[in-house]
Design a protein around this ligand. Structure first.
Ligand code: 13P
Length: 249
């Protein structure tokens, strides 16, 4: 069993002061709790302030994306070195909003992930099927395809700096959470596929998609779930604290 991990993805919400304020409140309730890990992913501009606001709490701060080149003409992108200079210790890669709104391909995501791992930046690699793919019974096929670049990277780097997040696209921000059976099947498939191909210990496996205080206990009770990647319910201390409490027991 892995140590549980709770990750807040603040997406394109909360400016510098609001991020710092929320991080400070969250940190005051976390206080180096050793029973679970807590990571926050604010906007790039709020990374530094969020780190300061949660200093000495043991909370890790990271980014929502990272580019694969060291530097250069990549308007709007950010490099591993710039993130590390800010103090970021991880980055999300392949979030469904990156895949579907910004058309990031598996190939592009593999490059992002490889560069991060090469430079010791931990990654949370996100995968998940759309509603149409699920309706057409293609969930496993899609997960297999999205996992394939990651499996090569686990073979190369081991799973030490890798976390996988299963986020069914139809469950993100919709209030429609996947059923316990859906999660069990998807996570079971991901774990088996990774361990069969790499012979490695499977990275921590998070569920994401409309996680709230109401559904999280049943989800985290599953053996195949190591934690959650949370959007909406991480944007206020009132909604996030109950999730922290569930992780801490
Ligand atoms: P919601 O929790 O708002 O559904 O978002 C999930 C997500 O996309 C986290 O990365």
């Amino acid at each position: 069993m892995h140590k549980p991990l709770l990750v807040a993805n603040w997406k394109m919400n909360l400016g510098i002061s609001a991020s710092a304020l929320l991080a400070k409140e969250i940190a005051s309730h976390y206080k180096n709790n050793s029973s679970y890990d807590l990571w926050l992913a604010p906007s790039y501009t709020a990374i530094e302030a969020t780190i300061k606001a949660s200093a000495s709490s043991g909370i890790k701060i990271g980014a929502q994306n990272v580019h694969w080149e060291k530097s250069g003409a990549f308007t709007g992108e950010i490099s591993v070195a710039i993130l590390q200079e800010l103090g970021a210790s991880f980055s999300l890669i392949g979030h469904s909003e990156r895949r579907h709104i910004f058309y990031e391909s598996d190939e592009m995501l593999a490059k992002r992930a490889e560069c991060a791992l090469n430079n010791n930046l931990t990654i949370i690699y996100c995968i998940g099927e759309t509603l149409q793919e699920r309706t057409e019974n293609k969930t496993i096929q899609v997960l297999e395809q999205q996992l394939s670049p990651l499996i090569n990277l686990i073979k190369k780097f081991t799973s030490k700096n890798i976390v996988i997040a299963y986020e069914p696209v139809w469950a993100i921000g919709t209030g429609k959470v996947a059923t316990i059976e859906d999660i069990q099947i998807a996570h079971g498939f991901i774990s088996k596929k990774v361990s069969d191909c790499t012979g490695e210990i499977v990275p921590r496996l998070l569920y994401g998609g409309s996680v709230t205080a109401e559904n999280f206990q049943d989800i985290i009770n599953l053996d195949v779930v190591d934690g959650a990647l949370v959007g909406g319910a991480s944007l206020s201390v009132e909604k996030f604290l109950p999730l922290m409490r569930i992780c801490s027991v």
